[in-house]
Design a protein around this ligand. Structure first.
Ligand SMILES: NC(=O)C1=CN([C@@H]2O[C@H](COP(=O)(O)OP(=O)(O)OC[C@H]3O[C@@H](n4cnc5c(N)ncnc54)[C@H](OP(=O)(O)O)[C@@H]3O)[C@@H](O)[C@H]2O)C=CC1
Ligand SMILES: O=C1CO[C@H](CO)[C@@H](O)[C@@H]1O
Length: 348
């Protein structure tokens, strides 16, 4: 094990990339060495805010550097595959934001290249690192609720941001709105119910507030059936206000109820709680540190540093990222056809 800092390159300094940059700089054992941005404005912002980092307007120059250990990719989703494959082919370890890709072919290609080059490949499903969503998982695994049978993961929030050049509202670039936020909840539901096998079938429905743009699904709900008999409901509305997420998980013996609220997703001042029933009494379960995507993002960077330095397992592997993409694509197919869709058709 080496004590030298893990040297990071960052590609993409948009709304979320700026938080990644900050997370890298505040993480012990991590160093932000280089940044690639696209527009002149983003390049100038990178130079001003991170004077010690080399700044490029072509990410290929960043990946060509010999001295980077990890490259963190936070660009619009349709670019994940092109940028991530360049990173892996250059022999760097990869932290790639969700969705891992916008098709199964993209996911498979990236996994193949990562294996070929024997590189670490983490995907940005940071909820797994949350002190609260993670505590719920711990309790499920300890048998607090008995055998898990049902999970509801639900979000009520304000509309998505446009993203640079409006990519998030362009279906060819975003892929699908299911790949934006519900993908986190599919990951969480699969993680919570893993004692009940793997997801097998999905039924989903959605609608839009804009009659001419049905693909921009403001309301989305899905039911996912697992091989062991349990099922999960993932539901979200983007037609609401603020950011309010809940997870309710029940089992043969008890139940858990976790909830998180903030003025928006990126707040350092959320309210949250986890309550549980173990079959005997209802208790409030203490959460030892604040939870929210800004906190988990820092934990995610710390985790990939530990993975690189000491072989600690990644919080979310490329295989996990691939599962989540498969569930989103199956859900999208179900919305379109009105039928139940087999996840096996996507996961292979
Ligand atoms: N895990 C999570 O909780 C979250 C994940 N995400 C994911 O992160 C990704 C980025 O989202 P977000 O930050 O909100 O989007 P933004 O549109 O705010 O930022 C994207 C950035 O990528 C930059 N970019 C585009 N092309 C290139 C390129 N060729 N080289 C370098 N930079 C480039 C843009 O540059 P420019 O500014 O110059 O146009 C822009 O700054 C998405 O995949 C999204 O799904 C987002 C939010 C939370
Ligand atoms: O977690 C998230 C918060 O919302 C964003 C959209 O506005 C998503 O891209 C993202 O995955």
């Amino acid at each position: 094990m080496s004590d030298r800092p893990v040297r990071f390159g960052l590609i993409g300094l948009g709304a979320w990339g700026q938080h990644h940059a900050n997370a890298i700089t505040v993480t012990d054992g991590a160093e932000l060495v280089a940044i690639a941005a696209r527009s002149d404005a983003s390049v100038a912002a990178a130079k001003e805010k991170y004077p010690d980092a080399a700044v490029y307007n072509d990410y290929r120059e960043l990946v060509a550097r010999e001295d980077l250990d990890f490259v963190d990719v936070v660009v619009p989703s349709h670019l994940h595959h092109a940028v991530a494959t360049a990173v892996l082919q250059a022999g760097k370890h990869l932290l790639l934001e969700k969705p891992m890709g916008v098709s199964m072919e993209e996911c498979d290609d990236m996994i193949r290249i990562a294996n070929q080059h024997d590189r670490l490949f983490a995907v940005g499903h940071e909820l797994r690192l949350s002190s609260m969503w993670g505590k719920a998982k711990e309790l499920i695994d300890e048998g607090f609720i008995g055998d898990p049978l049902y999970a509801l993961v639900e979000l009520s929030r304000n509309p998505y941001r446009q993203g640079a050049d409006g990519w998030r509202y362009d279906i060819d670039r975003v892929g699908s709105w299911i790949l934006e936020e519900p993908i986190h909840f599919f990951d969480l539901a699969r993680w919570y119910l893993e004692r009940s096998g793997q997801p097998e079938r999905i039924y989903a429905t959605a609608n839009s507030r804009q009659p001419g743009r049905p693909e921009l699904q403001d309301n989305f709900s899905a039911i996912m059936h697992f091989s062991g008999g349990s099922y999960a409901v993932v539901s979200q509305t983007l037609a609401a206000f603020e950011h309010h997420q809940t997870a309710k998980i029940t089992g043969t013996k008890g139940a858990l109820w976790a909830s998180w609220s903030g003025a928006q997703d990126r707040t350092r001042h959320p309210t949250f709680s986890l309550r549980g029933f173990d079959g005997n009494e209802v208790v409030t379960i203490p959460i030892d540190k604040p939870t929210g995507e800004l906190f988990e993002l820092e934990d995610q960077v710390a985790r990939v540093v530990q993975a690189h330095r000491s072989g600690v397992p990644l919080h979310c592997t490329a295989e996990d990222g691939r599962w989540s993409v498969a569930m989103c694509l199956a859900a999208e197919a179900s919305v379109r056809s009105g039928n139940i869709v087999s996840i096996g058709d996507y996961i292979g």
